[in-house]
Write a protein that binds this ligand. Sequence first.
Ligand SMILES: Cc1ncc(COP(=O)(O)O)c(C=O)c1O
Length: 413
Amino acid sequence: MEPQVHSMELLSRSSRYAENAIEEENPTLERLAEEGKKVTKLNIGDPARFFPTPRYMIDAYIKALNEGKTSYVEPEGIPELRDAVAARYKRMYNEDIDRQSIFITHGVSEALIFMNSMFIDPGDMAVIFKPYYSVCYTGFRVFGGEPILQGYQEDRNWDLDTDELDRKIKENIGAGRRVKYISITNPSNPTGMVLERKVMERIVDIANDNGLILISDEIYDEVIYNGAKFTSVSEIAGDVPHIIFNGASKDLDATGFRIGFVLVPGEDKASEEIRKKMSDYCSMRLCVNTPAQYAVAEGINNIKEHEREVSEFVKAIEERANFASKLINESEYMHVVPPGGAYYLLPKLDMSRLRIKDDREFVHKLLEEEQVLLTRGSGFGADGHVRLVALPTKEILEYSINKINEFCRKHSR
Ligand SMILES: Cc1ncc(COP(=O)(O)O)c(C=O)c1O
């Protein structure tokens, strides 16, 4: 039968592809695997591939299964986990937040989809700092959003020009554009930079002054090192409407559990509306993995075990990130600002010294020729850079950086 429906008529007009740069070399990876070639992968920020998820959380997961906790549960999340998240924010940031203001999602990734679908009509704008965590930005594009991109300044340790930020927002609002939110990722993926408190206070003021919601992704809030000081938006936002993302993937080293937390603490009208919408979205997908929620509640509540695990983890990350930064900064072909949090390095390539078109070609050829996989910086709004994770052992990091240097020498002008 002749098909009568054309795909272009099916897709919404705002629909664009997310183009997640982190995964784009998968077809080449598959081919290399078929050819029997082993690839060193430094492209994905997945701690559980390098550090086993803590045993006490796995035991809690198994216990939940053995106790028959396998049914659907509350769409917004089990009370035990929502209360654990509330207690965590009270303990760490002195934030008073009740269970009703906390929602459990399939990772922060699902929360991002919820938020963009909730806020963004085609043509709407939001502020995204650049370099950005790719999926946050590209997910926003899928809903037809247009970013106000505010760049961090690499030559000033990724500092932010907040006066320029305020000016850009006012310009767009003045021109009749609908600007919805400011999104912060702190610590940053992909730079590992931790925002200073005074910069954050200024961002809170700017959000308030321009009537924007502040969305803060704090998923790496315990992965802080090199003397950096982390400030949660919950500590400084006061009555300014804000939404906080966090979850089990990074601090609890449980990416595959797929558990995220969304906090919407405000008593204002906008926050109330957002909470209603969140409940509605949560109910559309029924609930989040039940035993994983019990395991993450234990992951948070067992403070003694957690602190032991997280301090060992962060110490190892600090060593690895500093080791890799030093090696990178000894290279003639690249330079990196050492991170203060998360576990990413975003070296800038000296493209003028290479016979390579751009960072996309760099990543692809490096994979083909040396079987080392990075992610192209342009996928994070940082052209001419590459992102690598500092999660593997020092031996693997050294091997990979040596390979990158060899590759650069081979392709140098
Ligand atoms: C800043 C940031 N937010 C969110 C995520 C995704 O988190 P989740 O596993 O909770 O979906 C990542 C993953 O790398 C990230 O770097």
